[in-house]
Write a protein that binds this ligand. Structure first.
Ligand code: 4AD
Ligand code: MG
Length: 462
């Protein structure tokens, strides 16, 4: 007999009544009484557990009834109506143990902290919380493809190995096959990367943007969605060393166009999550984030506020609030500033535009004032920056000058400059931190709990 995922059983509960089905999964809990036992089984296909009653006529009743949480079981039985919390349950006829569980299985106690679960990431997807997060993650990835594809965007794949530090932040992981104990040296005594595998110094990509620009300037609207690597030394609840970024890039679009695209994309994901993960969202609201659904529904149906960086600085200065980091025109907005603006001042997502050029990357389009660039960040309550994007500098000479003044080598960006010489066009794009979007929509407060195997400074286990 073929296994039926528990999700299918609840979805078709009426047609399956009095039918025999086979389920396979892991025991959440098991309560033994004299003549029968209650097995609560979960197979991860959905939020709900299936309650199964196994009576002592089963030949292996002793083995089944003494099994503990975590045991992997296969049970064939009859779906029947239930008087309990759920509409149906199973009368288990043929139970079998597929995989026994050792006594030191770490998930036997009901209550465990998220922190504790991070140390046992290899089994934490068995918990209600983490499996719910990962199902939402799946659906948001599907939503992403559907949202962009339905609007004519092409899904492209940008390289993960690159020779350029496109964000100019110097937070890159080196990719090298040189002998680290005895690397070849140049005459000046530096490591000679021209002898390295790729004939140049190479890194894991911190963005796919530059290559996405090249394809946008050939195919119109594209997006890349893949892993992104940053070696920033941030031990925060919002940073990972390996995270996933969604980067749309649109030819002939200006900053307002992509700011609007970003807002609609976030709203689309929220609606998609309500449609596809109602049980999960209800659970997160109950367990972790009071008012989650009310807040999200409001965001999904209202226009995002839009202010300039200069207005943001004014709001911060007028607030009279004591911040740890000094507020004055020209400083980068710190987390505390972003949170004040989105959580306390507007109590809603906010799009901040036109940042000072000195705190942003070289590729952003210079405004006429010569001081600011056509950049935008979307900030949301609880998370802060969720999207960062810009209109790209499309003027060859201005871009060349910016590369130089940012201390970058023009020769490293020759192909990127070519895009401004070979039929260039205005174009814009952004990057959305996929984990931050999951945090926002689930209400989970630590980014390490929304990716299965988080990488952060000091940790690459699993
Ligand atoms: O603002 P960022 O650095 O922008 C870029 O990389 C652009 N090249 C994107 C583009 O225009 N195509 O990063 C974009 C987003 C941030 O808003 C944030 O949500 C997320 O990526 N992000 C991180 N998420 C988790 N951990 C980190 N260390 C992150 N750094 C950035
Ligand atoms: Mg940013």
């Amino acid at each position: 007999m073929k296994r039926t995922p528990i999700k299918e059983i609840f979805r078709n509960n009426e047609t399956l009544i009095n039918q025999t089905v086979l389920v396979k999964g892991w025991v959440k809990s098991l309560r033994k009484s004299k003549a029968f036992s209650f097995v609560v089984l979960n197979d991860g296909s959905c939020f709900q557990d299936l309650q199964i009653i196994v009576d002592d006529t089963a030949p292996n009743y002793e083995e089944i009834s003494t099994s503990i949480a975590g045991t992997c079981m296969s049970i064939e039985g009859l779906i029947v109506e239930s008087g309990g919390k759920q509409a149906i349950e199973m009368q288990g006829k043929k139970p079998e143990v597929i995989g026994k569980v050792a006594q030191d299985y770490p998930l036997q106690k009901k209550k465990t902290s998220l922190e504790f679960l991070r140390d046992i990431a290899h089994v934490r997807a068995r918990t209600n919380t983490l499996s719910a997060v990962f199902r939402v993650r799946h659906h948001l990835a599907q939503a992403t493809h559907k949202f962009f594809s339905d609007q004519g965007f092409y899904y492209i794949h940008t390289p993960l190995i690159t020779a350029s530090d496109a964000e100019g932040a110097g937070e890159l992981f080196r990719v090298s096959t040189l002998d680290d104990k005895n690397p070849p040296k140049t005459e000046a005594g530096a490591v000679d990367y021209s002898k390295d595998y790729f004939g140049a110094e190479t890194f894991l990509a911190c963005t796919g943007q530059l290559e996405a620009e090249s394809l946008a300037l050939a195919m119109g609207s594209v997006y890349t969605f893949g892993p992104t690597f940053r070696s920033e030394n941030s031990h925060t609840s919002r940073h990972l060393s390996e995270f996933w970024m969604v980067e749309p890039e649109v030819a002939f679009a200006d900053l307002d166009d992509v700011a609007d695209l970003g807002a609609r994309y976030i709203q689309y994901m929220i609606n998609y999550a309500f449609e596809h993960c109602p049980d999960e969202l209800a659970f997160f609201e109950k367990q972790y984030a009071k008012d989650l659904s009310e807040t999200l529904k409001h965001v999904a149906s209202s226009e995002f506020k839009k202010i300039t960086y200069t207005e943001a600085i004014d709001i911060l200065l007028k607030s009279q609030k004591k911040f740890d980091f000094k507020v004055e025109w020209g400083v980068d907005l710190q987390t505390e500033h972003e949170r004040f603006i989105t959580e306390e001042h507007f109590k809603a997502p906010v799009i901040v535009t036109d940042y000072p050029k000195d705190i942003k990357a070289f590729y952003m389009k210079l405004n006429e004032d010569g001081k600011t660039v056509r950049a935008m960040d979307i900030l949301v309550p609880g998370v802060g920056e969720i999207i960062g994007g810009s209109q790209r500098e499309d003027d060859f000479e201005t871009l060349k000058a910016r590369i130089k003044s940012c201390g970058l080598e023009e020769s490293d960006y020759d192909w990127y400059l070519d895009l401004r010489r070979f039929g260039g066009a205005p174009h814009s794009g952004f990057g959305l931190g996929f984990e931050r979007a999951i945090m926002y929509i689930t209400g989970m407060s630590n980014i390490r709990d929304v990716i299965a195997f988080p990488r952060f400074p000091g940790n690459a286990k699993f």
